[in-house]
Ligand binder design. Structure first.
Ligand SMILES: *[C@@H]1O[C@H](CO)[C@@H](O)[C@H](O)[C@H]1NC(C)=O
Ligand SMILES: *[C@@H]1O[C@H](CO)[C@@H](O)[C@H](O)[C@H]1NC(C)=O
Ligand SMILES: *[C@@H]1O[C@H](CO)[C@@H](O)[C@H](O)[C@H]1NC(C)=O
Ligand SMILES: *[C@@H]1O[C@H](CO)[C@@H](O)[C@H](O)[C@H]1NC(C)=O
Length: 256
């Protein structure tokens, strides 16, 4: 009799479990990538759209608001920052909550013209603390300048384009042939950003704080039926949470 009761309880619970899983469609949220070398996409990120396949991918509940990625028509993993600044994602560090980005078309300065990561517009911030405004100059190719030129800007073969930190003393350089360009990046960017190609920009995020969970080799996901996008930490995203009514802990205790 006791066995039967337990069995009934078991059936009841597992039916509830399955219904719960179906309702939230957790299968839709399986980790994915845009190409075999691309970063793994999982919560708090979701893959929203694939341009190559012209297909909607994971539904909204798979990610945290603002963490939508898409695959472009060349299978790059893309993140759209405010004001249509579309950067490619090279790597996502889920523990440190960092995202390493680049420009798939090799002209990051061009791409960053409208960069604006003010906290009211973006969940992502510059990871670097050492940022500044830049001014762009077009100089004669013969001008002896120790900076690396930005080869993707400017079309005159006799001139080279340089980015100088705006607070640098221009008089320190013998810049007789240089002309200030109207080209501008509207927000501060990391110093040294243009020292080495390919250019990269590292962003971080503070919310959701999944890093602590990831550090324990667990996974974050959006809580069911949560109104303000609460996150929970689970052992395995395909299973129910380890705590709560349908938790596997309460399971084991009720059966054995
Ligand atoms: C993108 O990926 C698809 C499917 O894996 C593949 O057929 C296609 O050739 C790739 N396109 C590019 C530009 O790499
Ligand atoms: C960035 O966007 C915010 C909010 O829209 C705006 O207030 C701010 O002026 C912008 N900053 C720049 C540098 O454009
Ligand atoms: C960059 O320029 C903006 C607008 O001129 C200014 O408000 C800001 O303080 C500057 N930032 C730095 C780091 O120099
Ligand atoms: C992101 O990086 C900036 C600059 O280093 C730092 O001030 C901020 O606290 C970082 N945010 C998080 C969540 O790590």
């Amino acid at each position: 009799m006791a066995t039967l009761l337990i069995l009934l309880l078991f059936l009841d619970l597992s039916a509830g479990l399955r219904a719960g899983a179906a309702a939230t469609g957790r299968e839709d949220c399986k980790p994915t990538r845009c190409n075999s070398d691309g970063p793994k996409i999982r919560y708090p990120f979701r893959l929203k759209y694939d341009e190559q396949q012209q297909q909607q991918k994971q539904p909204e509940h798979c990610g945290y608001p603002g963490f939508d990625l898409y695959c472009d028509h060349e299978n790059h993993t893309m993140l759209e920052l405010p004001f249509s600044v579309k950067v490619a994602v090279k790597e996502i560090d889920y523990i440190s909550q960092l995202i390493h980005t680049y420009d798939p078309h090799d002209c990051f300065p061009q791409l960053l013209q409208n960069l604006n990561l003010s906290t009211s517009t973006s969940p992502f911030q510059l990871k670097d603390n050492y940022n500044g405004n830049y001014s762009f100059f077009s100089c004669s190719s013969t001008e002896p300048i120790s900076y690396n030129p930005i080869t993707c800007l400017g079309s005159d073969p006799n001139r080279k384009v340089y980015a100088f930190p705006s607070d640098d003393f221009m008089s320190d350089y013998p810049l007789l042939s240089c002309k200030k360009m109207s080209f501008k990046i509207s927000s501060p960017i990391p110093y040294f950003m243009f020292d080495q190609q390919p250019y990269e920009l590292t962003l971080n995020w503070s919310k959701p704080t999944c890093g602590i969970c990831e550090e324990q080799s667990k996974y974050c996901r959006l809580k069911d039926n949560s109104r303000d996008h609460e996150t929970e930490c689970v052992d395995d995203t395909t299973k129910s949470p380890t705590t709560g009514f349908y938790g596997s802990d309460s399971w084991t205790t009720s059966i054995h």
